[in-house]
Design a protein around this ligand. Structure first.
Ligand code: ADP
Ligand code: MG
Length: 684
């Protein structure tokens, strides 16, 4: 249950003789306010707390009203802290340590703890005490001079603890008081740092923390109820006397004192910050700067966490301290706003642990199951996204492939048409060329250009004839039989037998007969020989040319054949590629189908998981409802038990009174009987 920190203000008796000249602090019930001299209160300077103790109040009263509950709660297993805050000489040490006639809170607490545990018969206790000071942000052990500058550690088992701090196991209050005296009195200058300032001759420049660790365990009654017998309660009780909260300027400090002042101010400032943050409410408790000072770190469990806390803010009534007093009261107001949530600190023994842990394990298992389901769902979701992406990729590449195939088909078509065109054109060419070839075969180079160089053997000399005019006809003899023999033909055409008639039908060549007289020169023997030679030469060159041309044509033909076969190869390659693409298209279609099936499967699985999750959450709410109902029942039972107890009490009271009245009636009767007997006797 959340509860507020208990805050009280204590005003010490005035030390100065001077009477106030302007203002004074007035205390009415639990309110303290600054008043002008003749009773008018100053607005905004009135503060209310759980308690306001005036100068006449004793430590005993302060303890009873402010700290006793905290101490008793500590015995019952709650962490507790009581600390004194205020400027130097305002009465912190007086409140915590007290005087010979009026022992302070620490002494009273120690006595009270031991008294209380004496009265608890069903639990056994173990008490450990330690005493430390924080001086210049260093922790020193007040029970052991050699333990200086101790570090703070934190562990799961022990929480926050000071490493190497001496902890004394104690059995009675006297033992603790002795130990305290050894810390305070035996080595006051060694064990605790006191400094002289303008403020107070015995001013403490350090924070001191007296700590009691109270462990208790139920004495086994054999009832089998683990919470009462098996659990070990451990609570920590801190009683803190803080160093003076005054501002440095006022202490007139310098050098070492100034340094001390800085540290004190720093740790008190951090304490103030922590209290500020804690008082801002649960929502703004995101980061509480406990770690900023050793003091707050050590008191962490006592500040705003699991502890019952009481703060006594001591103030000085003198007019000269008005500002400091205001500061202290403001600090107290902030502290008042903090709520703590204290719980019994139980450590369980094996048997109880087992019982409790089984339930916890069950709960954790259920949570784990839900987490696992969530995790699986996430995994499936991821897998599904991945598959979707792959699917998309596959679709794209499929499209690209289709495009590629279309391009290739187009190419093939183009090539096919090219090839068929080529075939056609080559056949046309060959068809075109063959008569040309033939023509060329039969055409002499000079055949067309000049009729002089006619191809007939016995004609070439005509050109040489002076009077011989060649008009526009070719000097072809009347009959070839006279002028060309078959051998020459054969040589000329490499065995090709020409249809000589076709030569005569060549349009450009008109066959004309020459008058016989004109050919007389042919019959000149020398001339004919020369001419023949010349003709032969001519024919040879022609033959060579024709052979060359033929070779050229043959080469061209071969080239065309090559191109053709190459194109055929390309076509078949493209066809193969097309087949391949078709195959991969088919396989990607299959994959696509598979992916879609998997996707569907995952979707189904996800749906079933979602259903399971919703069912589990329903179960959880059902269980929570059940738990709440059980808790309600339990509370009812507890209430009933209390009522019954009260009834029993009433009954026993009534019974006692009845008994008493019966006894008195009995007495009366007795006396009456005796009286009667006496009367009877007298009568007789
Ligand atoms: P602090 O620890 O705050 O510096 P102290 O406790 O040392 O102050 O008090 C300063 C002086 O005032 C001491 O001499 C102390 O005995 C005296 N004093 C403080 N409070 C009271 C009180 N309520 N009744 C009587 N004397 C007090
Ligand atoms: Mg002091």
């Amino acid at each position: 249950m959340a509860e507020k920190i208990c805050v009280a203000v204590r005003v010490r008796p005035s030390i100065s003789e001077e009477s106030p000249s302007g203002t004074f602090w007035k205390i009415e019930d639990n309110r303290i306010s600054l008043h002008k001299l003749h009773c008018t209160p100053i607005s905004g300077l009135s503060y209310a707390f759980d308690h306001v103790f005036d100068e006449s109040c004793s430590n005993s009263k302060v303890y009873e009203l402010l700290t006793k509950d905290v101490i008793h709660a500590a015995v019952d297993g709650f962490n507790g802290t009581a600390f004194a805050y205020g400027q130097t000489s305002s009465g912190k040490t007086f409140t915590m340590n007290g005087s010979l006639n009026d022992p302070g809170i620490i002494h009273r607490a120690v006595n009270d703890v031991f008294q209380k545990i004496q009265m608890i018969s069903d639990r056994e206790f173990l008490i450990r005490v330690s005493y430390m000071e924080i001086y210049n942000e260093e922790i020193n052990d007040l029970f052991a001079v050699e333990n200086q500058k101790l570090p703070i550690h934190e562990s799961l088992e022990r929480g926050i603890f000071v490493v190497g701090l001496r902890e004394e196991i104690v059995n009675n209050a006297e033992q603790v008081i002795k130990l305290l005296e050894s810390g305070e009195v035996t080595f006051p200058t060694v064990n605790r740092h006191f400094g002289e300032t303008n403020m107070n001759a015995r001013s403490s420049r350090s924070h001191t923390i007296f700590r009691m660790v109270i462990e208790s365990k139920g004495i086994d009654t054999g009832s089998g109820d683990y919470s009462s017998s098996d659990a070990i309660r451990v609570s920590v009780l801190n009683l803190v006397d803080l160093a003076g909260s005054e501002r440095i300027a006022k202490t007139g400090a310098g050098g070492v004192r100034l340094k001390e002042g800085k540290y004190i101010n720093k740790s008190l400032m951090v304490l103030g910050n922590v209290i500020n943050k804690l008082s801002n409410g649960a929502k703004q408790r995101a980061h509480i700067p406990y770690r900023d000072s050793k003091l707050t770190r050590i008191l962490q469990t006592a500040l705003g966490e699991n502890a019952k806390t009481s703060i006594i803010c001591t103030v000085a009534p003198e007019e000269v301290h008005v500002e400091e007093t205001k500061g202290t009261l403001q600090f107290a107001s902030r502290a008042k706003r903090i709520t703590n949530c204290a719980q019994v600190n139980e450590i369980l023994t094996d048997a109880a642990l087992l019982k409790r842990q089984q339930l916890e394990i069950e709960d954790l298992r259920r949570k784990l199951q839900i987490l696992k389901l969530r995790n699986d769902m996430l995994k499936y979701e991821l897998e599904r996204e991945k598959l979707e992406m792959e699917l998309e990729e596959e679709r794209r590449s499929h499209k690209e492939r289709e495009q590629c195939i279309r391009d290739q088909q187009l190419k093939i078509e183009n090539l096919s048409s090219l090839v068929s065109d080529g075939d056609r054109s080559s056949s046309q060419d060959s068809m075109k060329e063959s008569p040309k070839d033939e023509c060329n075969d039969f055409k002499t180079p000079c055949f067309k250009e000049t009729s002089n160089s006619a191809f007939v053997a016995k004609r070439s000399n005509y050109s040489e004839l002076p009077d011989f005019k060649l008009p526009d006809f070719s000097p072809v003899p009347d009959s070839f039989s006279n002028v060309a023999d078959e051998d020459t033909w054969f040589k000329m055409n490499k065995g090709y037998i020409a249809d000589l008639d076709s030569l005569q039908t060549t349009p450009a060549r008109k066959v004309q007969s020459f008058p016989p007289q004109d050919i007389t020169p042919l019959h000149c023997p020398d001339c004919s020989n020369d001419n023949y030679k010349l003709e032969l030469q001519n024919l040879k060159t022609q033959l060579e040319l024709v052979i060359k041309e033929k070779d050229e044509l043959q080469r061209k033909h071969e080239e065309e054949v090559q191109i053709n076969s190459r194109l055929m190869g390309e076509i078949s390659e493209l066809k193969q590629e097309l087949d391949l693409s078709n195959n991969s298209l088919e396989s990607s279609k299959q994959r696509y189908g598979n992916l879609e099936r998997e996707f569907q499967k995952l979707k189904d699985e996800r749906d079933s998981l979602l259903q399971t999750v919703s069912e589990s959450s329903k179960n959880i709410t059902f269980l929570t409802d059940q738990k709440e109902n059980i808790l309600k029942d339990l509370n009812c039972e507890v209430q009933r038990r209390k009522d019954l107890e009260a009834e029993i009490k009433q009954f026993s009271v009534a019974f006692a009174s009845r008994q008493r009245s019966l006894a008195s009636i009995h007495g009366e009767f007795k006396s009456k009987i005796e009286k009667l007997r006496a009367e009877n006797l007298v009568g007789y």
